[in-house]
Design a protein around this ligand. Sequence first.
Ligand SMILES: Cc1ncc(COP(=O)(O)O)c(C=O)c1O
Length: 404
Amino acid sequence: MSTLKLKHPDLDTNNLNFDTVEVHAGEPRDMYGALIPPIYQTSTFYFDSTDDAVRACDDYAESFAYSRITNPSQDYLEQKLAALEHGKGAVVYASGMGAVSGALFALLKNGDHAIFAKAKYSGTEDITSDWLPKFGIEHDTFDSSDLTEIEPLIKPNTKLIYIESPANPTMVLSDIEGVVKIAKKHGIKVFVDNTFATPFNTNPLDLGADVVIHSLTKYIGGHGDILGGAVISNDKEFLRECRLGTLMHFGSVIAPFNAFLATRGLKTLGVRMRQYNASALKIAQWLDANPKIEIVRYPMLESNPQYEIAKRQMRGGSGMLSFDVAGGLEAGKKFINNLKLCTLAVSLGDTETLVEQAAAMTHTMIPKEIREAAGITDGMIRMSVGLEDPDDIIADIKQALDKI
Ligand SMILES: Cc1ncc(COP(=O)(O)O)c(C=O)c1O
């Protein structure tokens, strides 16, 4: 839905390129002509008559009545996200996990079965292993680099296949078209968490996926100063279920100010992603040629066993990579402690380069055997390449490696 009055109502964003869409899609018409629309910092909306109020409250999703359901600042962001992901609509949430759980619980119900990729963000892992069973929803997992594992897991009550591509933190890709082909044969929905790729690099809906999920906290917000999440789809009924079901009733609503910051970040996503893609590739190639590094995982490396899939479904490899320092966990710790420019922190997609040890930080809540089955080694270092000059990042990595 959109109740926004647009600045350029006749602009067809379908014929425009990415950088033009991110700037112009969904731009609201302001009553005073403000180029940048105000932040609608309001919890409720007034009506001129009881008839108007009845009309608005008759369909909360198609009106502005209360900001737990719709707000012009959210709507503005949703228009841009839908345009960039080539979807018919979007629903934004307070965080990526709000969007993940909002989408899962909008689809799945007691008695359903779902299939999840093994490699995924730890919060999503916790939802699947700890929370779905509480609601009587069963699941199985598969190695997303091996699609032959999917069909034997399908049951008559399977409703969903859920993937992340590239996955956090292993960078393993799912062949999205391949997953969709299997799912469609059995009438199963496909959800893709596209946080690592971003819509600049991959558009899962164009590859046949039903739902795209984002943590806006990462590349889309882009500056490490907000939390946000989004669900994007061509299925308007599903989006209504998200808005009037999980958003409205679970209440994981993005604040208008955070929606404003996410929209501001989104307007520069293209220029930032070009730089992230180029810098991360340069750093991955440098690491790949270094004898002190055991393994580098980056989609666009020619040595990547999934390079063909990367070229087919990605425009660039993203700013994320992961690697193991020779010498394992202890060598990895020493390496990180000697970094001077790169910062030790969880999260990703920010202006500064962030590194973390996945097994000890973001993925520590996952039992070791599940981590290992997902390919997460104890020494794995995840790097979110920032917007610094890549030569300075490489120099920092080099001086830290020299101390091991
Ligand atoms: C792939 C992926 N999906 C979802 C999330 C959850 O996002 P948030 O932290 O905004 O809740 C994360 C967080 O790191 C993530 O990496």
